[in-house]
Design a protein around this ligand. Structure first.
Ligand SMILES: [Cu+2]
Length: 533
């Protein structure tokens, strides 16, 4: 039996979307842009809520709590996170069952210092296996969350019969499997940056992140601390994602296997990705944040499964308010960049400063999504409440970034991201024509070497590399924009585009991943492994 079979309840052999996909990437992208709400700039399909949508700006922006260590010694801080089922209050009057780190969504924020090791013990009290990946972490393979290094539920677990009987299921149990609890060790020998942790379980990442398994992990360092950027209560993480809801308030998601036990994948109509119609910021629908008339640093994370955004800020009279970008996935940029809008693919981070100091108390500034329509064109809003003294500023120069010289690259590797046949004739997503197989290594880069990796895409694919960040060299025939001039770990590939990056792996030997971070694509096999040697 195929692990990726279509639902038996009749799907035409070629769905409309499937057919469009075969016309050719460029044609499909244009056609999708024209064929209905929310398809602009996306490779994904809208799943509308069955619950009535909440009123925008009716709730305050929640800030996830900062996790405290259980104990600390000379070298290490020790944490414990319990993964459990809980009810969240997202829609008025309804409960939303979530899978949550410490039972909350987003999970607690971890705050670390560069170079200081931490150990996070995760206990799995969920009914499903999990894998924890620290996205953006420079982490040894044993703690990086390879997708078959499962953490099984403490209450016990056995895969469904269909899964165990496939080659796929067998491969699954060849990982480093732990039961009940696992210690993840993070040396955090890396620059200050906005990282996040999320589930990475093979075949089931998309539904498990969708149900809540994601949280921030901020790393600070001396270089960042010496800058006069906004800090403390004016340094705020914003986890932005879209969700759909059932009548009863539960998350709506088109899993083939609602129990997330054995059959991976989604209803064939959604294989390009799932878009919800409610935009959550830190788990709240279209929230409002009261701000002082001062500068704020916002760490924007697109934690959506598949949705791309183009964020912009507008006052009530439609005046544009700029973002001043100070950082990206891999930390501070060399110089700040003023942007009228920020385009964010899944898993990308943008550290921006917004200056509210010129606005009178009472002014409302709305964050919009220019790639959305109707409810998804709104994100959140800010209400200026009072004049204050503010000593923060954005200096001209933020950091020094070592350039990876492409002339010193020892080789170029090609990675083609495209729809393809993945399992007994069924469609999914492939890299270089192949579906993910955790036992196959597709590259063996040497630690310390600079390599050029050339990515090409049929549709939108946000490409993420584990272990070390990279530098974007070329996007199509152009140099990358200032916004992606720093260290990145995820790059937004658009239909038919080629992007070249320079990458250098360091410190840790072992098996790591590169994959598409459209989580539906990832679950439908768009991952590859490499072994550092
Ligand atoms: Cu993809």
């Amino acid at each position: 039996m195929s692990a990726y079979r279509r639902p038996s309840a009749v799907r035409p052999t070629l769905s409309r979307r499937g057919f469009l996909g075969m016309v050719g990437a460029a044609g499909a992208a244009v056609a999708l842009g024209a064929c209905g709400r929310d398809s602009t700039g996306q490779t994904a399909q809208l799943l509308p809520s069955r619950a009535s949508l909440p009123k925008p700006y009716a709730v305050r922006l929640p800030i996830p709590p900062v996790k405290k260590p259980l104990r600390s010694d000379a070298t290490t801080d020790y944490y414990e996170v319990v993964q459990k089922v809980a009810d969240a209050r997202i829609l008025p009057g309804l409960r939303t069952p979530i899978l949550g780190y410490d039972g909350i969504f987003p999970g607690p924020t971890l705050v670390s210092r560069s170079g200081r090791r931490i150990v996070v013990r995760h206990r799995n009290e969920l009914p499903v296996p999990t894998v924890v990946h620290l996205h953006g972490g420079h982490t040894p393979a044993s703690s990086d969350g390879y997708p078959i290094d499962l953490l099984l539920p403490s209450a016990g677990w056995s895969p469904g019969a269909s899964h165990a009987s496939t080659g796929h299921g067998a491969a699954m149990m060849t990982g480093d499997v732990a039961k009940g609890q696992r210690d993840y060790t993070y040396p955090l020998d890396q620059r200050a940056a906005t990282l996040w942790y999320h589930d990475h379980r093979m075949d089931f990442t998309a539904p498990q992140v969708y149900r809540g398994l994601a949280g921030f992990h901020l790393v600070h360092d001396d270089e960042e601390a010496a800058l006069p950027l906004p800090q403390g209560e004016r340094d705020i993480p914003l986890m932005i994602c879209d969700r759909a809801f059932e009548h009863d308030g539960s998350f709506r998601y088109p899993s083939l296997d609602r129990e997330l036990r054995s059959t991976p994948g989604v209803d064939a109509d959604f294989m390009e990705g799932v878009l919800g119609d409610v935009i959550l910021v830190n788990g709240a629908p279209w929230p409002e944040l009261e701000v002082d008339a001062a500068r704020y640093r916002f760490r924007i994370l697109n934690a959506s499964n598949a949705r791309r955004y183009q964020f912009a800020l507008r006052t009530g009279d439609s005046t544009s308010v700029p973002f001043v970008q100070v950082g990206g996935d891999g930390g501070l940029l060399e110089r700040s960049v003023e942007l009228q809008s920020v385009v964010a693919a899944p898993a990308e981070r943008f550290d921006v400063v917004v200056d509210f100091s010129g606005y009178r108390p009472g002014t409302v500034v709305t964050m919009t999504n220019q790639l959305g329509s109707g409810p998804t064109a709104r994100v959140m809003r800010f209400r200026v409440t009072r004049k204050v003294r503010d000593d923060s500023r954005v200096p001209d120069r933020l950091s020094t970034i070592e350039r990876l010289d492409p002339a010193k690259a020892v080789r170029t590797r090609e990675w083609r991201f495209a729809r393809g046949v993945i399992n007994e004739g069924h469609k999914g997503w492939t890299i270089n024509g192949k579906p993910f197989d955790p036992r196959r290594m597709d590259a063996r880069p040497k630690l310390g070497d600079i390599e050029i990796w050339r990515f090409t895409a049929d549709l939108h694919h946000p490409v993420h590399i584990h272990l070390d960040p990279f530098q974007v060299l070329r996007r199509g025939n152009h140099s990358p924009g200032d916004s992606e001039s720093g260290w990145k770990d995820t790059v937004d590939l658009r239909p038919t585009e080629t992007v070249e990056v320079a990458v250098r792996f360091t410190d840790y030997r072992g098996a790591f991943m590169l994959h598409c971070h459209n989580l539906e694509h990832e679950d439908m096999a768009m991952m590859a492994s490499f072994a550092t040697v």
